[in-house]
Design a protein around this ligand. Structure first.
Ligand SMILES: Cc1ncc(COP(=O)(O)O)c(C=O)c1O
Length: 358
């Protein structure tokens, strides 16, 4: 284990102590397996409290699983899933929606990670054509894979357009907490118009827990019948579910003295650290030594830097290359802050970047 805190991914961060405490509290003795336990009952109550009385939650192991189970629940076998070209389901799940779910992903151009309502027209003419995968689901990622956040108005316009075109709406909320914190709204509000949410816990301080959450009351009965079977058939049903449920409940309900829930504290902190990191690097942009490539609206900074600078910075801190830069000697990198990123991590990265560039 490295004592260095990196900027590679919010998955690199350790488990938040309040989540660990919740796991320990759920431990001991025997409990009924597969979700008929007290911790999962508490999670169900938290879901109803946070997302609405009719919402239903299904804990799963990981974000890819949450996405695939959600999409399978929302689409018939002949459906296709419209999503941004950058969507995790399109590029980072090894084709799981296609291989496991049997659902073709139908990508849309989204230069800053956000799809526009008009862009749905790329796929909607295929509706009814028996030769084409039917665009029956829209999958939106919030916060997006490029660190941007849909405003509530933009989310509403997009989800309304999808519904009007006959689609159901899935929300990949691996970082829904970061989006809600950035927008200053509740988790439920940040999902504006989505039917089913992949709720992200792991990047927000959990040890490894996500959940499929049914948001649309009109789909509750249908999905309450199908989701338990889909979760099992896709190998996402945990036998000792109490431990996953305890993690998710801690994120949703564990509050500080001021009443702020853990999800919000963790996400706000990660977002603030990303903003601070951008500020540290901003003088280098003024000097022409680097170029920010996306807005920093959640917990990621996307920036094009010289390859030589990337190599120097990597001697102390890990981060991902995102794609080739606009010239052969530059590269676009992603710097991601986590719930446990410290101001000193940001300051020393900024100082090293400035001294190396100079
Ligand atoms: C946008 C998005 N969705 C989903 C996931 C979940 O992936 P995993 O299956 O690794 O938990 C990730 C993880 O990086 C992600 O960035």
């Amino acid at each position: 284990m490295s004592q260095t805190r990196h900027f590679a991914s919010d998955n690199y961060a350790s488990v938040h102590p309040e989540v660990l405490a919740a796991i320990v509290a759920a431990d001991g003795g025997h409990e009924t397996a597969y979700g008929a336990d007290a911790s999962t009952a508490a999670f169900d109550a938290a879901v109803a409290d946070v997302f609405g009385a009719d919402a239903l939650g299904f804990p799963v192991f990981n974000g890819t699983g949450a996405n695939v189970v959600s999409l399978m629940a929302l689409s018939p076998r002949w459906g296709g899933v419209v999503a941004s070209e950058h969507a995790h389901i399109n590029v980072d799940e090894n084709g799981a929606p296609e291989r496991v779910g049997g659902l073709k992903v139908l990508p849309l151009s989204a230069p800053d990670g956000r799809m526009s309502p008009d862009s749905l027209e790329r796929w909607t003419p295929d509706l009814g054509d028996e030769h084409r995968a039917q665009p029956l689901v829209l999958s939106v990622t919030q916060a997006t894979e490029l660190g941007t956040v849909y405003s509530l108005e933009a989310m509403r316009a997009l989800t309304d357009a999808a519904h009007a075109a006959g689609m159901r709406v899935h929300l990949d909320g691996a970082r829904i907490a970061n989006a809600a914190a950035a927008l200053g709204v509740s988790l439920a509000e940040a999902c504006a118009g989505a039917d089913v949410l992949s709720f992200g816990g792991t990047k927000n301080g959990a040890m490894g827990a996500e959940a499929v959450i049914v948001l649309n009351p009109e789909l509750r009965d249908e999905l309450a019948a199908s989701l338990p079977h889909l979760r099992k058939a896709t190998m996402q049903l945990g036998s000792k579910m109490r431990y996953a449920s305890a993690q998710l409940t801690a994120l949703l309900t564990s509050t500080d003295e001021a009443g702020a829930p853990l999800w919000l504290r963790n996400a706000s902190h990660a977002n603030a650290m990303a903003a601070a990191l951008r500020e540290e690097l901003a003088p280098l942009e003024s000097d022409g030594a680097l170029r920010f490539t996306q807005a920093t609206e959640a917990n990621a900074v996307f920036v094009e830097i010289p390859r030589t600078l990337a190599a120097t910075l990597r001697e102390s801190t890990r981060f991902y290359d995102w794609q080739a830069g606009s010239t052969p000697d530059t590269v676009e990198v992603r710097l991601m802050a986590s719930w446990d990123t410290q101001a000193e991590d940001v300051a020393s990265f900024g100082a090293l970047a400035r001294s190396s560039a100079a």
